[in-house]
Design a protein around this ligand. Structure first.
Ligand code: HEC
Length: 128
């Protein structure tokens, strides 16, 4: 009877351990928690890389992007360079305000991208 009780206890502990491991695997497999990027940053990456949307790769080297151009600077460490996200939003919306002779299209002013799309792109830029 004592032995039986012992087996029963370890059996219960194994089940508890399996449930705990299973929960852990379930949580890490959930979208958003396992990925380093937020859903908005992921959407922003798609917009930035889309040749018919942001088309940022035409001028910028961006980590993970194919066949970039080099008319603009490489986009990296932007969170350190522009800690205030409003600065990045302003650059993407209308860089001519900062530099009247820039070749970078004013994505907001020209309605190439919506405000929401620019916000997602800025989320993505902050991950670089
Ligand atoms: C036609 C070329 C061109 C395209 C397309 C372009 N840019 Fe630029 N971008 C530039 C240039 C050139 C600069 C350098 C600053 C300037 O000209 O005022 C720049 C600067 C920047 C900067 C500041 C970088 C720094 O290190 O200070 C950011 C951020 C940026 N671009 C983001 C983007 C994003 C996001 C897109 C796509 C939505 C994009 N750019 C599309 C040409 C471009």
């Amino acid at each position: 009877m004592r032995k039986f009780f012992f087996i029963d206890r370890t059996g219960f502990q194994s089940i508890a351990l399996l449930v705990w491991l299973g929960l852990g695997a379930g949580v890490t497999a959930m979208p958003g928690t396992a990925r380093a990027q937020s859903p908005d940053a992921e959407a922003g990456r798609k917009i930035a890389f889309d040749r018919g949307k942001g088309n940022c790769l035409t001028c910028h080297v961006i980590k993970g992007g194919d066949s970039p151009g080099t008319i603009g600077p490489e986009l990296k460490d932007l969170k350190a360079k522009y800690p205030d996200r409003d600065e990045l939003t302003a650059i993407v919306s209308d860089e001519t305000k900062r530099n009247p002779t820039t070749v970078m299209p004013p994505f907001g002013r020209n309605h190439i991208l919506t405000e929401q799309e620019i916000s997602a792109v800025v989320d993505f830029l902050q991950t670089l």
